[in-house]
Design a protein. Structure first.
Length: 210
């Protein structure tokens, strides 16, 4: 039974200020629109995108473990992927042609993203922050996992292009070709397997899927 004394012991050394903004800020992911320079048949926000990336990263990790002999944690992949674009709540979604224009801009934006992530972590109580910091800032031990999450991010973008083209929107044709090339250049066998065995289903309509 939890007593006042045991509660005091449990909370000793913790920041128990009850006014924290972290999760309210996370809920604003659904307000940040992606593909801002493109004409969309259906809009996509970073909350929707992050869920898809988490599902894909989880799947890629399992494929790697079961088919390629890897020993990675699919749950951790999904968790990191859920928050991989959280900094955009503060920075906004910078269009790809600008973000990747040259290395100087990439480095500068990465620095801005890090500052934004630190700001979000400051919105957590001290006793929770240590759990979230490795999610926002994966370590060297997560290097390959991070590659799979990056691949999942690109797969999600490719799926968006496929869906737009199926809807009759030619705006995404060039983006689809470009993203497909980027994915192939990654040279990840997990991704090759996914594209061969799972990606064709995205070209089907609902009746064909059932």
């Amino acid at each position: 039974m939890l007593t006042a004394q045991s509660l005091q012991t449990r909370m000793k050394g913790m920041d128990i200020n009850m006014d924290y903004n972290f999760f309210a800020m996370m809920s604003r992911m659904k307000l940040i629109e992606r593909w801002s320079l493109m004409r969309n048949s259906q809009s996509e926000n970073i909350s929707e995108h992050s869920l898809e990336v988490a599902m894909l990263a989880h799947a890629l990790t399992i494929i790697g473990n079961e088919r390629l002999g890897n020993k990675l944690n699919p749950d951790r992949a999904a968790l990191i992927a859920l928050y991989h674009d959280a900094s955009e709540i503060i920075t906004g979604d910078m269009p790809t042609p600008i973000k990747y224009f040259n290395k100087d801009i990439q480095d500068a934006f990465r620095s801005v993203e890090n500052v934004a992530s630190e700001r979000l972590l400051e919105m957590l109580p001290d006793y929770m922050r240590s759990y979230y910091e490795p999610i926002f800032f994966p370590g060297e031990e997560d290097e390959y996992l991070s590659k799979l999450i990056k691949a999942a991010d690109k797969l999600s973008a490719l799926i968006k292009c496929i869906e737009e083209r199926k809807a009759g929107n030619t705006e995404f044709i060039s983006a689809e070709k470009s993203i497909t090339g980027i994915i192939k250049d990654m040279g990840l066998k997990e991704v090759d397997i996914f594209m061969e065995e799972f990606l064709p289903a995205y070209y089907k309509n609902l009746d064909e899927l059932q």
